[in-house]
Ligand binder design. Sequence first.
Ligand SMILES: NC(=O)c1ccc[n+]([C@@H]2O[C@H](COP(=O)([O-])OP(=O)(O)OC[C@H]3O[C@@H](n4cnc5c(N)ncnc54)[C@H](O)[C@@H]3O)[C@@H](O)[C@H]2O)c1
Length: 331
Amino acid sequence: METALARDDIRHGGQLPNIAIIGTGLIGCSWAAMMAATGRKVAIFDTRPEAGEAFQDFWTSVKPALVELGLADPDCQPDYRICTSLSDALRDADFVFECIPERLDMKRALYGEMEPLLKPTAIVATSSSGLKLSDLQAGWSNPGRVIIGHPFNPPHLVPLVELYANDQTDADVLPTARRLYESCGKVVIILKREVMGHVANRLQAAIWREAIHLVESDVASVEDVNAAVWAGPGLRWAIMGPHMLLHLGGGAGGLRAYCEQFTQSYTEWWDDLGKPQLTPETIDRLVSGLSEEIDGRDYATLRQQRDSQLIAVLKALSETRRSFGTVPELA
Ligand SMILES: NC(=O)c1ccc[n+]([C@@H]2O[C@H](COP(=O)([O-])OP(=O)(O)OC[C@H]3O[C@@H](n4cnc5c(N)ncnc54)[C@H](O)[C@@H]3O)[C@@H](O)[C@H]2O)c1
């Protein structure tokens, strides 16, 4: 069953009806579910024999959330097939989500096998969290069809996708990819130049670095550092980015007034930020601090709690954004 989104997409040019997902772990399953929800045909290939069953279980577990967010029709049946070879998965593919582990050597080896099997017009988007496109393009005889399309976990819920293409990329690739991601409710940002870790992981890395430092230097417990984010600035970050928030922090004078007031403070704070290393001792300290907060809840329970709270936030934001009319709607 096609969703309204896919039907609309097909009406406007019948774009990219055949999707291949290569690697169906955490991220690949999520992309497969999103694409199936838009009514596209999804071919799945993973070197793990149990990947097909894992995707079916994943679909069953996430479908209610996709329906609740308006990203899938309630009666949607995913049109997918589990492939036993790469060539079968890529045969008709218009768009390929490459989601194998974050190892340059593995991705390059896979690309060497993939390229001769692809249609000349197919686009390959890697979900890579931080590898550089120029490194990933090496070895392609036509590097113009491969781009970065980095999601944030869990991709079926978190709207952000970071896209990066470079001067080797064919002109049609970025706009076509953007349209595909936006057709399933994603918020796309475009990187203007190559940088390790893209944008969002660099921001996450900056926060996590200081979060570790605050624990390591005995300023606060793991649980309190977590609360300082989710009960404080994290709530605001779900609504606006840091530059906009601090514009509001400057009163009527906006960001300029904020900078004038706080330049000295930030300069001193930035100088004082920590540079921890993930040593075995530091990892032990974080893990044991976190186990108190986890308080016996298993992985599935924590994931379920995270996802239901994310859905509640997304639904609330979708409603308020619709009424303010300033930001693209979720679906
Ligand atoms: N985990 C995250 O939070 C996250 C977030 C955003 C992006 N990513 C990126 O997404 C990619 C996948 O990460 P993941 O967390 O889903 O990894 P994962 O380990 O959960 O899944 C990888 C899957 O790829 C399969 N695989 C390995 N080699 C293969 C091959 N040659 N052909 C087909 N399948 C193969 C594995 O069997 C496994 O099922 C990575 O590049 C990662 O950086 C991860």
